[in-house]
Design a protein around this ligand. Structure first.
Ligand code: HEC
Ligand code: HEC
Ligand code: HEC
Ligand code: HEC
Ligand code: HEC
Ligand code: HEC
Length: 504
């Protein structure tokens, strides 16, 4: 044996063999593992979830990179140490005969296994959490507060946020990942708009969402609806309208294709252009509140076009939207009640005593003042109403006044969100015509065909039949053929929403 070779410097162990780098690599491996796990979970899930994107595409990679950086840092430290020791190498030699090495290795192995296990459990738990209504509504507490509260009080309280807001499939996968990640950034950076604007651009299409649970062909038939009102006078004069709402249906095998759901008959296509008159020209109306052009194509392909006077533009230059459930039911989950409606309801239920003079008008007044935050609102509602109905000789307020205050405060809490500037005023309701144009966007009687012979129906008994109206004895005499509406107080002319804003 050559002596020279035996004294040759021993081969240098790779720089990576140091505790820092090994820990870094373990973190990186754990993160990579979580990433793959989340990725598979998310791809297999029935409906995607945007917030999972943050975990999958932000948090896991962040750990991956920190792990890699730690590994690199360890290598650099190791390199420096070797240089400082004048090239002398103390390699990371693991000697199983040494108790210290055995202990260290056991700790390291145990730690690495534990870390992998925890990251698997953690990813899985977080995945479930991000799917929950609690996550959507509570984690983004202030931002989603209005939607969480109204969702809880609405008919869809038991339908999870993700059911309506996020769809399945590959395109949704990418779309929701991007927008969810952006939304969290926007919340963190305080960049979100107040209130959050509608219509929402990337809402799941109605055909996918609503029709999972609501069968569009179902024949709903007529609904019996009774509306209770109280006038804004001293005696809070009651007024009632009872009507048959002709919802009808859209499938000839199940019932006549007629009534309100006629628009969603599978072979009927109703399309429209949303545009408003602005500075001498028609510009697109993103809120879809002004509709100057409507086209209806029936099952035989016969096309009927209706225009509002003044709209002579080529509709093809605007976005042509096909009507679906959401064009009427645009507030299925988040209904911000108008103060007038909410107070009428509370009076009808006796939660506010109708014998308190001027209470309708006082309650609506208290609700419609501008307040900057909830506690200010609650306090000032109480002070205002207490002053309007003072207790004699500094005694306690009458129980009916206290109950009225509590009820008005509750109405405020459920329907007004000053932090997000969300309330009934900001979100149009399209399934009626009382406070917003709604059906009257097309049915106000001004949409006519080119020959002027046909007009979209506007008759008060076309969509509903007024069976009875007024108060007391008259409500017992129903007229199945319908009766003309008699406006309480003065005769009026014009669209209801032009005077009734909900704060009246
Ligand atoms: C039944 C379906 C459904 C459910 C469940 C649902 N939403 Fe909505 N959401 C909608 C529709 C429809 C809109 C309005 C779309 C439009 O006008 O463009 C909307 C609008 C919103 C908006 C925009 C602002 C607004 O008030 O219109 C936010 C934010 C929102 N939802 C969050 C949530 C959260 C958070 C949950 C769960 C707590 C939830 N949604 C549950 C259907 C739903
Ligand atoms: C996961 C199932 C589910 C989905 C998705 C769903 N709904 Fe519903 N919806 C229900 C149930 C259940 C009710 C009945 C609630 C009740 O009467 O308590 C209901 C009630 C309704 C009502 C009657 C409301 C009322 O005030 O009585 C309307 C209108 C409605 N849904 C429209 C929609 C629209 C529009 C969509 C799509 C944005 C939708 N739903 C999506 C399950 C669903
Ligand atoms: C032209 C407007 C319009 C369209 C389009 C429309 N609806 Fe309706 N729908 C109404 C009105 C108005 C009512 C009755 C009042 C209400 O509940 O708001 C109603 C009632 C309902 C009800 C409640 C029935 C009950 O028993 O309380 C459901 C559920 C419903 N619609 C689902 C749908 C679905 C799903 C679609 C889409 C396939 C759809 N609607 C399309 C206007 C419409
Ligand atoms: C985008 C425009 C548009 C909107 C919004 C709209 N409709 Fe219509 N509606 C039409 C057109 C177009 C017709 C067919 C008119 C014709 O054939 O003369 C129609 C027809 C009807 C009919 C008669 C159906 C039949 O039996 O022949 C009823 C009832 C009706 N609409 C109710 C409503 C109600 C209620 C709303 C609001 C919740 C509403 N519409 C909103 C466009 C609209
Ligand atoms: C295109 C269909 C349509 C026409 C035309 C129509 N309505 Fe209505 N009306 C509705 C719908 C839909 C509702 C909402 C019912 C609900 O909230 O459940 C409604 C609600 C009402 C209400 C109760 C409003 C509330 O929220 O308190 C009154 C009152 C009323 N209509 C009167 C009239 C009168 C008067 C006319 C004629 C000038 C008329 N309607 C024309 C569809 C129509
Ligand atoms: C020219 C303005 C104007 C128009 C248009 C109008 N109203 Fe009114 N309405 C009033 C006024 C003012 C009152 C009285 C307010 C009060 O005493 O509460 C009132 C009161 C009412 C009330 C009882 C009070 C309440 O709580 O709402 C009902 C119901 C009502 N209107 C329905 C309608 C309907 C439905 C239409 C559309 C067909 C309509 N109004 C159109 C001005 C109008």
């Amino acid at each position: 044996m050559n002596a020279e070779s035996s004294i040759r410097e021993p081969e240098k162990p790779p720089l990576i063999r140091n505790w820092w780098s090994l820990t870094g690599l373990t973190i990186a491996a754990g993160a990579l593992f979580s990433f793959l796990f989340l990725f598979v979970l998310d791809s297999l899930a029935r409906s995607g979830n945007p917030y999972l994107g943050i975990l999958t595409y932000l948090v896991a990679p962040a750990f991956l990179f920190s792990g890699l950086i730690l590994a690199g840092l360890g290598m650099w430290l190791e390199h420096r140490r070797r240089r400082q020791q004048g090239g002398a190498v103390s390699a990371l030699v693991i000697d199983f005969s040494r108790a210290r090495d055995r202990r260290r290795l056991a700790w390291f192995g145990g730690g690495a296994a534990g870390f992998l296990l925890l990251s698997a459990i953690g990813s899985y738990q977080t995945y479930h959490f991000t799917e929950s209504t609690q996550f959507c509504g509570q984690v983004c507490h202030t931002v989603m507060e209005p939607q969480r509260v109204t969702h809880q009080l609405g008919p869809h309280a038991r339908v999870a946020c993700v059911e309506c807001h996020i769809g399945p499939g590959a395109t949704w996968f990418v779309k929701s990942k991007l927008s969810g990640t952006y939304q969290v950034y926007a919340t963190w950076a305080d960049k979100y708009p107040r209130p959050i604007p509608t219509p929402i651009k990337n809402l799941r299409p109605a055909r996918e969402t609503c029709e999972q649970c609501h069968w569009p062909q179902k024949f709903i038939g007529n609904l019996d609806r009774t509306f209770h009102y109280f006038l804004a006078d001293e005696t809070n004069t009651p007024f009632v309208v009872r009507m048959t709402l002709k919802v009808g249906g859209g499938d000839p095998r199940l019932g006549p294709v007629a009534g309100i759901h006629w628009h969603v008959h599978p072979t009927n296509v109703v399309q429209y252009v949303a545009a408003r008159w602005d500075h001498g020209q028609w510009v697109p109306d993103p809120s879809r509140q002004s509709i100057p052009w409507v086209r209806f194509v029936d099952g035989q392909g016969v096309v009927t076009e209706f225009r509002k006077p003044g709209f002579t533009n080529d509709p093809a230059r605007f976005e042509i939207r096909t009507m679906d459930c959401m064009d009427c039911h645009n507030r299925p989950a988040h209904q911000y009640q108008a103060p007038s409606k909410a107070v009428n309801h509370a009076l009808a239920l006796g939660r506010i005593d109708p014998s308190l003079p001027w209470i309708k008008s006082n309650a609506v007044y208290a609700l419609t003042r501008p307040y900057t935050n909830l506690s200010e609102a609650l306090e000032r509602i109480a002070t205002f109403l207490a002053a309007a109905y003072p207790a004699p000789d500094h005694r306690d307020l009458a129980p009916s006044v206290r109950e009225a205050i509590a009820t008005v405060q509750e109405i405020y809490q459920h329907n007004f969100f000053p932090g997000m500037r969300a309330s009934w005023e900001k979100y149009p309701v399209n399934s009626s015509h009382m406070f917003w144009p709604g059906c009257f966007r097309c049915h106000e009687g001004r949409h006519v065909t080119a020959d002027g012979k046909r007009r979209i129906v506007n008759d008060c008994n076309a969509c509903h039949t007024i069976l009875a109206q007024g108060y007391g004895e008259v409500l017992r005499q129903l007229t199945p053929e319908g009766q003309p509406f008699r406006h309480p107080g003065d005769e009026v002319d014009g669209g209801c929403y032009e005077c009734h804003t909900g704060g009246l």
